[in-house]
Design a protein around this ligand. Structure first.
Ligand code: SF4
Ligand code: SF4
Length: 455
């Protein structure tokens, strides 16, 4: 019996893709007129009480103002300028989840922020240049990957960090994440790419007694961080999927756009989305599903893309995109395999697990804790519902650093109270914040799955 059918496995109902309908507020419109979404708001203010930024920043007017109220103002006043406080929203998307009326708040914030940046923000300002650099992390990471040792030294060299903070407003409080000596894509190519994966998958299917199952094929959206910083997550994903007999391909891809949405760089995000949708759409047509190991990447492909862009194939890609563990829960007896496995090596530890906000939005917040509950040799403890506070680039901005840490306080306290001293999460920037606030090493659920299931 698969996990999806199992009566006792109910962390959350897994998203099969059939029930997930990205919100289309005004599908016929090309200019993102969000008035109908605004009309659904009945001013209960539940979104405001769930906003982590509003909780620590008295000057932030909250999601109700950023969304429905601004759009009402815009409807009645042609000359209305978007309030600059929209740049203080971290795009955590918790307000989307909180609204009982289904108001598409993050879609409103993203479009408002895009309009603010494109029409009102000074393109020569330090803030714009800094935000553009942070939003285009992939570009910096690509350069750094050419000489990772030099980059790792330079990016954490004290005087350089001081200059970056004083001239660009990138906080010097945080350590830059290390760049890997070999990227995921370099490892993938050295290993033999899709041909090697096809061979491995065929061998696994023979072991499983179903050698002809040609349906088992997935396209891996590894994103920037797994490629440049934590290739071990991508390798774990490939090995776990091959263990279940899946052929993996790693198509051409750019950044998911997540940091670009949060910084109102919608033109940049669109350029990247066009490449991602184009390469994924062709594979979806051939029967592949798109799998992401980062919950913000899966969120972008399945929700933000169709909410913000009109690109050929976007709906098909959104409907066939899944988070990596979620997909295996749906299609395999994942819990059964995990229950009969054990971990005795390096990862036989107690973990303090944090569910990223974007995992929460996809209904995946209890997934890791429930999945590993009966895994011999490890413990996984949930550290609560709070936001980690970093929200991608938000916590890297000098003026937002303290607020980011204040938001993260609750999570840090719960991590300290938890039995384990290793953290676990699916989101790379939540991992940075967890490590920064606790000093713990942080691992991804796929690494634990690999340790449990792959010899
Ligand atoms: S996305 Fe997050 S930070 Fe932005 S308004 Fe909504 S809850 Fe607040
Ligand atoms: S939670 Fe929804 S309905 Fe309530 S104020 Fe916010 S947007 Fe409006």
């Amino acid at each position: 019996m698969s996990d999806a059918e199992s009566p006792d496995f109910d962390p959350v109902a897994p998203n099969t893709g059939e029930d997930f309908e990205p919100t289309e507020v005004f599908p016929e419109s090309d200019d993102f007129d969000l008035r109908p979404g605004a009309d659904a708001c009945y001013k209960c203010s539940i979104c405001d009480t769930n906003c982590p930024v509003a909780e620590v920043d008295d000057d932030f007017p909250g999601p109700k103002f950023q969304g429905p109220e601004q759009w009402r103002l815009k409807q009645t006043d042609d000359g209305y300028d978007i309030d600059d406080s929209v740049m203080d929203c971290s795009n955590c998307m918790r307000c989307d989840n909180a609204c009982p009326s289904g108001v598409p708040l993050s879609q409103m914030h993203n479009t408002a922020r895009g309009e603010y940046v494109s029409e009102q923000m000074d393109k020569f300002s330090v803030e714009y240049v800094r935000n553009r650099i942070l939003a285009n992390y992939r570009t910096s990471a690509w350069f750094a990957s050419k000489a990772p040792k030099v980059a790792n030294f330079a990016m954490n060299f004290g005087p350089a960090r001081w200059v970056m903070e004083k001239t660009m407003g990138i906080t010097s409080e945080r350590d830059f994440p290390e760049f890997a000596q070999q990227t995921f894509r370099e490892w993938w190519a050295d290993r033999g790419g899709a041909d090697a994966s096809r061979r491995n998958a065929r061998r696994a299917r023979e072991r499983l007694g179903d050698p002809a199952d040609a349906e088992k094929k997935v396209a891996y959206f590894h994103g920037c961080y797994s490629n440049y910083n934590t290739p071990e997550v991508g390798k774990a994903m490939v090995r776990v999927y091959e263990h279940f007999g899946y052929e993996v391909v790693a198509p051409e891809q750019k950044c998911s756009g997540t940091p670009m949405f949060a910084n109102g760089m919608l033109d940049d995000a669109r350029r990247h989305a066009e490449v991602n949708v184009s390469s994924m759409a062709d594979l979806v047509e051939e029967g592949y599903d798109a799998i992401a190991s980062c919950t913000s990447c899966s969120m972008a492909l399945r929700q933000e893309y169709p909410e913000l862009f009109d690109i050929d194939g976007i709906e098909e890609v959104a409907a066939n995109t899944f988070e990596a563990v979620e997909y295996l829960r749906i299609h395999e007896d994942l819990r059964g395999e995990v229950e009969s496995a054990d971990v005795s090596g390096d990862l036989a530890r107690e973990f303090a697990y944090h569910a990223p906000c974007h995992a929460r939005n996809q209904g995946l917040d209890r997934q890791a804790v429930e999945l590993f509950r009966d895994l011999e040799g490890v413990g996984v403890e949930d550290v609560g519902e709070s936001c980690s506070g970093i929200s991608g680039t938000y916590g890297w901005k000098e003026e937002k650093y303290e607020k980011s840490m204040e938001i993260g306080d609750e999570m840090f306290d719960h991590m300290e109270d938890a039995e384990g001293t290793t953290g676990m999460t699916e989101c790379p920037t939540c991992a940075m914040q967890m490590e920064h606030g606790s000093g713990y090493e942080i691992r991804h659920p796929l690494e634990l799955l690999e340790s449990a299931l792959v010899a």
